[in-house]
Design a binder for this molecule. Structure first.
Ligand SMILES: Cc1ncc(COP(=O)(O)O)c(C=O)c1O
Length: 368
């Protein structure tokens, strides 16, 4: 009798056994980053992703309209030098001290690829931006989380970990709080590896760590156009650092990480810096009003230096409030992690949006 091969054919094998056993264990075991909800079903008042409620500068829109044309058939400048030069002029740096990313997430990825191999330590105070954990896991690195004390001041032992990378989110998300400059400088003096200072929200804050760049070659500062410049949809970030460090990052960059239109948008946004500052001032004023109103509703509200606030009702789970607001067409951010379950993170919207939010919260309180 003719013997048949008992193994499934290549075709069958792919149908019945997706090759999951070949997925790297680090990837198989991790959950993946869960971004804030970006619902497509209906229009919500979106106060959950720290986007800017005001539109980008009209000069950005105009520049984009001019840029939409036949040149789109050509690859973009891989280094986005026009943008580097414009940013160099605005921030008082040289072109070589600037690297452009497809959002600051892209720059965080480049930092991890460059500095973190299997088993290498990456330290940061928590709670903070949860993407850091995921990017370290992708490299098979070791995350060392150092809990913030209850007042969110800088944990004193952060520098003793001897990590390859230490990350400081400055101001921090989700607390919204800023570590004072002298403490950041002390951290820069104490850490052995690279100190990454993620300044995604710095335009809403009182002071930047930028001056450290001129003294400490192991400091890398990240900025984004997603928040203060109202360009989250264009995906543009900047890394400021020592030219030799940035040259290493360049080696692991995707070849054409920024598209032509994003470069045009970012250059125009920097050319109209005053537009951004005006929006930031409006948001800071609304932030003050929101903070006062939430405190009147019985929340502990941390002193925010960002375009969001963290509001805590100690010991009272905030999921029902989050769900009630969602039902009323308002999205805020709720974190199920036990240490944040009594908190809501609320993006500062327009005054009208915040009035709607506060009215809905009062309504919920009445019906509770
Ligand atoms: C602390 C922090 N860093 C970085 C980012 C990523 O920003 P981008 O849109 O530039 O990738 C975010 C986005 O919310 C953030 O909160």
């Amino acid at each position: 009798m003719e013997k048949t091969d008992p193994r499934p054919s290549t075709k069958e094998r792919h149908l019945t056994f997706p090759p999951l056993e070949t997925v790297r264990p680090a990837i198989r075991e991790m959950q993946g980053y869960i971004p804030g909800e970006q619902p497509q079903d209906k229009r919500y008042i979106k106060l959950n992703s720290n986007e800017n409620p005001y539109p980008p500068s009209p000069r950005v829109i105009e520049a984009l309209q001019h840029a939409i044309g036949e040149d789109l058939r050509l690859y973009p400048d891989p280094l986005a030098n026009r943008l580097r030069d414009q940013a160099a002029a605005v921030y008082g740096l040289s072109r070589e001290q600037i690297l452009v990313g497809n959002g600051s997430d892209d720059l965080l990825t480049m930092l991890m690829r460059t500095f973190v191999g299997p088993g290498d330590r990456v330290a940061f105070p928590v709670p903070t931006y949860s993407l850091y954990d995921i990017l370290v896991a992708m490299q098979d690195g070791e995350v060392i989380q150092v809990p913030y004390p209850a007042d969110f001041s800088l944990p004193p032992h952060l520098a003793e970990i001897n990590a390859k990378l230490t990350i400081l989110c400055h101001p921090n998300a989700p607390s919204g709080m800023l570590t004072p400059f002298p403490q950041v400088e002390r951290l820069a003096q104490q850490v052995r590896g690279v100190l990454v200072i993620d300044e995604a929200y710095i335009d809403f804050a009182e002071e930047t760590a930028l001056p450290l760049l001129h003294k400490y070659p192991h400091v890398v500062i990240l900025r984004t156009f997603s928040k203060s410049f109202s360009l989250a949809g264009m995906r543009i970030g900047l890394a400021f650092g020592h030219p030799e460090v940035l040259s290493e990052l360049l080696k692991v960059k995707d070849s054409y990480n920024i598209n032509r239109l994003s470069i045009v948008a970012a250059v125009a946004a920097l050319e109209d810096y005053a537009w951004m500052r005006q929006n930031v001032e409006k948001i800071r004023a609304t932030r003050g009003r929101l903070t006062t109103a939430l405190r009147a509703l019985g929340y502990v509200v941390y002193a925010s230096q960002t375009n969001f606030v963290l509001a805590r009702k100690p010991g009272v789970r905030q999921e029902p409030v989050y769900l009630g607001l969602k039902e009323r067409g308002l999205l805020v951010r709720y974190f199920s992690a036990p240490e944040l379950a009594d908190c809501l993170r609320i993006t500062v919207g327009t005054d009208e949006e915040i009035d709607r939010l506060l009215a809905a919260m009062q309504d919920l309180r009445r019906s509770a």
